[in-house]
Design a protein around this ligand. Structure first.
Ligand code: 7TS
Length: 406
């Protein structure tokens, strides 16, 4: 079914706002997405009818809240086709999900001389945790280089794999270039050598169909707030066999089995990784976001987004004095660019004054921006609630920015 963008926009109250008296054009969806009414209502309903602590009360509200939280876990598992709900760990976001795995590896699975492979286009959240894990253990970080289009070459990846490699951690979609990485090939190549793979899905899960069973990845991380859910909730999918091997990330309530002053044994997965009272409203809000997306239809959403991306790319490419950064064949949702002789911050500031929200800077990928030898980029990132009219207004606004500087 075709997506009705006007109907969709009515589901997002914030999009009706004006910024400096101009209609808001929100093109910073890679940073965070806006929230539909369905999500906000689910959170309010939770506080109005269910609020109580989970997994520890024996009164009715606590039982019902626990039930709602565990149903949400099932919902999230089915959304990414995780075979077992206990393989879904609730975290604060992608960053915490990756830290959980990196610190787990540093505690017990990395030794001096071991190697960890990432790519040159990683967000700091899939770089710094591994860099620190390597520093702690004497392991070495290996970087898959990029070709001139902003894609990795499988040959380069194959050359880095060795008997020393302990894990590969790689983005599914780049938050700077929009590159869709060949994750299936990466997983297959790594698995041939028995090496586990973590996928940073922060920019993928809201734009591509995700099936972790089919991918066969060992870990998949994403954030609720980038898929129309609340902030402060994230997911780590991990294969049960790995989650059993990794030690707990944090200690305290809920993650324990038996505690004495001398010794503690730990709860089973997923609870072993969920110390303390969880973000129940975030969990319920995230499940509501996934329900909302499925109700609209993932296929219609992805098709609409692909067409809008092509439209925006075409329009931007035709503008004089614009340099598009990143030309990989497989791309989605994110377009980085520069206007000749205009600093990306200036472009971003002027667009803001015209009611257009984009992001300019290094997008938390400093090594990539350094590698490209750029001052940063201006980044437009799309959602299914954006329209062609908004892209047209962006193009006119960029023309004005150029005029101001000429
Ligand atoms: N990985 C990728 C690929 C990301 O794009 C981001 C956030 C993260 C990890 C971290 O996610 P968090 O929810 O834990 O913060 N990316 C961006 C961005 O591009 N602009 O703001 C945040």
């Amino acid at each position: 079914m075709k997506l009705d963008v006007n109907a969709v926009r009515n589901d997002f109250p914030i999009l009706q706002q004006k910024i400096y008296g101009k209609p808001l054009i929100y093109l910073d969806n890679a940073a965070t997405t806006q929230k539909p009414n369905a999500v906000m209502q689910a959170i309010v309903r939770y506080y109005e009818t269910l609020n109580s602590n989970v997994h520890r009360g024996n009164h009715l509200l606590s039982i019902q809240a626990t039930d709602a939280m565990e149903r949400a876990r099932n919902r999230i598992a089915s959304f990414i086709h995780a075979p077992h709900p206990e393989e879904i760990i609730f975290t604060r976001g992608t960053t915490e999900s990756i830290n959980l795995v990196a610190q787990g590896f540093a505690s017990s699975l990395l030794q001096p001389g071991d190697e960890v492979i990432i790519s040159a286009l990683e967000h700091h959240s899939n770089l710094v945790p591994w860099q620190q894990a390597c520093l702690r253990t004497g392991a070495q970080l290996k970087i898959i280089p990029l070709d001139e289009s902003g894609q990795i070459r499988l040959g380069d990846f194959r050359n880095l794999l060795s008997e020393k490699t302990r894990i590969v951690a790689i983005a599914h979609v780049s938050n700077v270039l929009g590159t869709i990485l060949p994750v299936q090939d990466i997983i297959d190549l790594a698995h041939r050598r028995g090496i586990p793979v973590l996928i940073d899905g922060a920019q993928a899960v809201q734009h591509l169909p995700i099936d972790v069973s089919q991918l066969g990845c060992d870990f998949y991380a994403f954030s609720g707030h980038k898929i129309y859910g609340p902030t402060g909730i994230g997911i780590l999918y991990g294969k049960g066999s790995w989650l059993e091997k990794i030690p707990p990330f944090q200690f305290g309530g809920e993650m324990i089995e038996i505690v004495s002053f001398e010794k503690t044994t730990f709860n089973e997965i997923p609870f072993k990784f969920e110390a303390g009272t969880p973000n129940v409203e975030g969990i319920i809000g995230l499940a509501a976001a996934l329900d909302y997306l499925c109700q609209i239809g993932l296929e219609s959403i992805f098709k609409y987004e692909t067409e809008l991306f092509e439209y925006a790319l075409h329009k931007l490419s035709r503008l004089d004095d614009v340099r598009i950064i990143g030309r990989a064949k497989d791309r989605c949702s994110v377009i980085s660019f520069l206007l000749d002789h205009i600093h990306p911050y200036d472009t971003g500031t002027l667009l803001d004054q015209m009611g257009i929200a984009v992001r300019s800077g290094n997008h938390c990928a400093q090594p990539l921006i350094d590698l490209l030898n750029l001052p940063g980029t201006v980044r437009v990132s799309l959602s299914f609630y954006n329209t062609r009219e908004e892209i047209d207004i962006l193009i006119t606004a960029l023309q004005k920015v150029k005029d101001i500087f000429q």
